[in-house]
Design a protein around this ligand. Sequence first.
Ligand SMILES: Nc1ncnc2c1ncn2[C@@H]1O[C@H](COP(=O)(O)OP(=O)(O)OP(=O)(O)O)[C@@H](O)[C@H]1O
Length: 307
Amino acid sequence: MSVLSITGLNKQIGNHRILKNIEFDVKEQEIVGFLGPNGSGKSTTIKCICGLYHMTSGKILINGADVTTKRKEALSALGASIESPSLYPQLTGRDHLKLMGRWRKVSRERVKEMEEYTGLGVHLDKLTNGYSMGMKMRLMLAMTLLAKPKLIILDEPTNGLDPQAVFELREQMEAIRREGSSILFSSHQLGEVEKLADRVVILDQGEKVYDGIIPTHLMRGLEYHLQVSDVQRAIEQLSGEVGKEIRVLEKGDGWIALTIESKEQFNQMISSLQSNQISVYDIIKCEANLEDFYKTIYERSGSNDKE
Ligand SMILES: Nc1ncnc2c1ncn2[C@@H]1O[C@H](COP(=O)(O)OP(=O)(O)OP(=O)(O)O)[C@@H](O)[C@H]1O
């Protein structure tokens, strides 16, 4: 079952159609990256999911419950950190967890568990106005997780975090998944999304322009371009044996492109070509990444032609 299901979501404010027929879902234990340039409609979508905005039309189900008609049930399955980190500067970390615990009606034991989870130690009893971004993020995550929601929404969770804190966040997101929750997170940090998400949904000017996995050949360093003596035989030899998504490159002169997923596969590819007397004249390891993918998507959706 989908933990989040959005169908035909439209949002109009005045004459401005902010969201145009958005549809996507998030499955159990999935981590989905929510991307798009400034003003593309990510926050508006998130606010509709959280019941903070009325939709003009459409349907949003959280864990099977309709956000409009079964609001309480739907929102009880949701934990969201949408204007992160929005903390009260004059309260301590522990105060925040206690307050949230009372509000979400969770046991004292669970609050204690999440106090531990923050890893904040003595800082838990200090005012949050002295916290670093990483500390704030850990507290926000603990507050979001307190009621064990099925769906967790994080708005730009990597914002302002240093590489170590991003690494920790990644570990925490994996742990959240293991405990049975799903995550939808928005971000502008494409490199991070590439590392964190199973799948991405991309909006552009209020429309969904992509929903799917990040193609392997667009991940950093996985695609190789090879110049070989016999393209046809090289493809026959390598297809199904090593490499994936083998294709002939238009630049001519015997160039093919293929995805290699490990060093072993790389070695296997070379020995397979050599043992079949196919010479390799040149090899280029491509540094394509999600940013390239992003550009491709926008070009395909014609966003540059729109106003
Ligand atoms: N309350 C509002 N009234 C009028 N227009 C709004 C309102 N809220 C958002 N918009 C418009 O809707 C569009 C989408 O905004 P939204 O904040 O959802 O984009 P976003 O993808 O989250 O952008 P960012 O990455 O900058 O956070 C923008 O053009 C914005 O100006």
